[in-house]
Design a protein around this ligand. Structure first.
Ligand code: THU
Length: 162
């Protein structure tokens, strides 16, 4: 048996060190989370996607009394982008969150289903999607690809015989 490892790379910085485009994306995500519908968790998430053509799409979490029927901010945004701009590549997704109930102590990172959804579009467009994760204390984690958040992901090659 051979031990093998997958290395994940991410960068840590702070909001003030970002370039103006990145700051704008996170600011839009912050604005978007104010429209989240999260009466059950009190946890508001905003996600903003920059497309290659300059379009910017924002989404926020939409909860439901039947909990699994709700949807995370990242998938609200990415499905909207995928449905409205099917042929336009996604460059960056910026994500931020606040809680009405407690102080968020760590960077908010997308859930497994959102990672899988981001992975789908990254594989489809054959180009990386940059991920910015913002913490309310103003630190920011940057990942250059969803592979860094979802190593060993299931890809369509496993489903189709190319
Ligand atoms: N949520 C997101 O919108 N994105 C994530 O990456 C994690 C969780 C939402 C789902 C739910 O509305 C609330 O946050 C609490 O889990």
């Amino acid at each position: 048996m051979i031990e093998k490892k997958i290395i994940t790379t991410f960068y840590e910085t702070d909001f003030n060190s970002l370039n103006s485009e990145e700051k704008d994306l996170l600011n839009r995500a912050k604005t978007s989370l104010e429209s989240a519908y999260a009466p059950y968790s009190g946890f508001l998430v905003g996600a903003t996607i920059l497309l290659e053509n300059g379009e910017i799409i924002s989404g926020n979490n939409q909860e439901n009394v039947a909990y699994p029927s709700g949807l995370c901010a990242e998938r609200v945004a990415i499905f909207y982008a995928g449905s409205q701009f099917p042929d336009v590549k996604m460059k960056t997704i910026a994500i931020t969150a606040i809680s009405k109930k407690f102080e968020i102590k760590d960077v908010i990172s997308p859930c497994g289903s959102c990672r899988q959804a981001i992975a789908e579009y990254e594989v489809k467009q054959e180009e990386n999607i940059r991920i910015l994760l913002h913490h309310p204390d103003n630190s920011v984690l940057i990942l250059n690809s969803i592979s860094d958040l979802l190593p060993f992901m299931f890809k369509s090659k496993g489903l189709k015989n190319y």
